[in-house]
Design a protein around this ligand. Structure first.
Ligand code: IMP
Length: 430
């Protein structure tokens, strides 16, 4: 039996939705284990576009179980909206195909407000968050004052938990000159939607254990990317969860030995949304072209993504940090019309050559990329399904990339459509 974890090997938006959707045809169960509705996974199936934020990508396929693990932060209203949206597109969502961990922590309106208050107050030092309340919700989780899905069962318990969390938030709000957040209206609102949420609530660790003993194949679906990991990313310009593959174990309640293959989704160039270091960023017409051809606008916030060349140093680093076994190279076709393609193979920091990105943000900001230049292929790769059918220059670029990152290219994606993929290694069968 093989279980697969997929993670983003850059700053997110690597095209995970399509790969997860494609792999979920083989999986029985798809599990989200971190992040929240800051994620945006776009799936294009038979010409219909589905934009998922919180729901696992498996939800659009019949007979698959989708799980939201304990490591996910859940905005209950956002979850219900997304369920309704997807139902309107003809997708069935019920207690059989959706399970939400009883231990998942809730994102509440005061988290979202705190995210906004801080970002607005930070001026130039802002993180550029999605303003969904992700950071403040994770802070409350670690601060042991969070409200979890299971707390919606009892009015008395919910009252007590709200009292505790609001004591903390209101002290900060007072200090920032903001209005005090009142408990009663929020409690009433939460209790009114509680049955709708609780009907999906289960002990996820137990369900996963059952699925494992039944020999079901599990796909763990990471959100964001490793460079946004709170420990290993470009801190403080990161999200507030661990985005590495081992987070799949803690974020769902199974051991790391439940993950047999880690697939790193990797874009053939680099993008980033929000602030923070980005050594290979292109602020010229090539960057603009990548953004236009690659339709690089955020799924969640519609923000324009910053674009740049493929950074081999960073991807090699995240592969090692997260234990990635193979990469799924996405959006190769976006490079089709470029006469020259560059790949970063080292940095220069204060006149010193470096083969990794230093940890301090000030050094990261100083890192100047050293490039290797490749000839472009100047023809369409859109829809190609066999490696041998790729133009020679594209094959060469991919082989060199593979050598540099010291990891196998397991698949290559040549359009947003589900079937436009060159499959080299099937993670479930490898
Ligand atoms: P937060 O996760 O909303 O706190 O945002 C923190 C940082 O992570 C910001 O730079 C966001 O733009 C970035 N981020 C969060 N989620 C995603 C995602 O799904 N794709 C890309 N960037 C993301």
């Amino acid at each position: 039996m093989k279980n697969v974890a997929i993670v983003g090997s850059q700053w997110g938006d690597e095209g995970k939705g399509k790969i997860v959707d494609w792999l979920s045809s083989e999986a029985d169960v798809v599990v989200r284990f971190q992040g929240g509705h800051n994620a945006g996974h776009t799936l294009v199936i038979d010409g219909v576009t589905y934009k998922l934020r919180l729901l696992p990508s498996g939800i659009v396929r019949k007979d698959k179980v989708s799980i939201i693990g304990n490591g996910v932060v859940v905005d209950p209203w956002a979850l219900l909206d997304e369920i309704n949206e997807i139902k309107l597109k003809g997708v069935e969502v019920n207690q059989k195909n959706l399970i939400v961990s009883e231990a998942a922590n809730l994102i509440l309106p005061f988290h979202r407000e705190m995210d906004e208050i801080r970002e607005d107050a930070a001026g130039k030092a802002k993180i550029g968050t999605t303003r969904r309340g992700i950071g403040p919700a994770y802070e409350d989780k670690v601060g042991r004052r969070s409200i979890r899905v299971m707390d919606l069962i009892s009015e008395k318990n919910l009252d007590h938990r709200l009292e505790t969390v609001l004591m903390h938030h209101n002290a900060i709000r007072k200090g920032l000159g903001k209005e005090i957040y009142k408990k009663d209206k929020l409690k009433e609102n939460l209790l009114s939607i509680a049955p709708e949420i609780l009907k999906y609530s289960q002990p996820v660790w137990k369900k996963i254990d059952e699925f494992k003993s039944q020999g079901k194949k599990i796909l763990f679906e990471g959100a964001q990317g490793i460079l946004l990991d709170v420990d290993h990313g470009t801190y403080p310009f990161v999200t507030s969860s661990n985005t590495v593959a081992s987070a799949a174990a803690t974020g769902s309640g199974c051991g790391t030995n439940s993950i047999n293959y880690v697939l790193g989704i990797t874009k053939a160039y680099t993008t980033r949304v929000g602030e923070g270091p980005f050594p290979t960023e292109l602020k010229d017409e090539i960057g603009e072209k990548l953004g236009t051809v690659g339709k690089e606008f955020g799924t969640v916030t519609s923000r324009k993504r910053r674009c740049g060349w493929f950074d081999g140093v960073l991807v090699r680093q995240t592969i090692k940090i997260s234990g990635i076994d193979g990469i799924a190279l996405t959006k190769l076709d976006v490079l089709d019309q470029l006469s020259e393609i560059k790949m970063c193979i080292a940095y220069e920091v204060d006149g010193k050559k470096m083969d990794y990105l230093p940890a301090a943000v000030n050094d990261q900001l100083k890192a100047k990329p050293i490039y290797k230049t490749f000839k472009g292929w100047n023809c369409s790769t859109k829809g190609i399904k066999k490696f041998q059918d790729l133009p020679e220059n594209a094959k060469n670029y991919i082989k060199e990339l593979e050598k540099f990152i010291q990891t196998k290219v397991a698949s290559i994606s040549t359009s947003p459509e589900r079937n436009d993929t060159i499959l080299i290694v099937d993670p479930f069968k490898s």
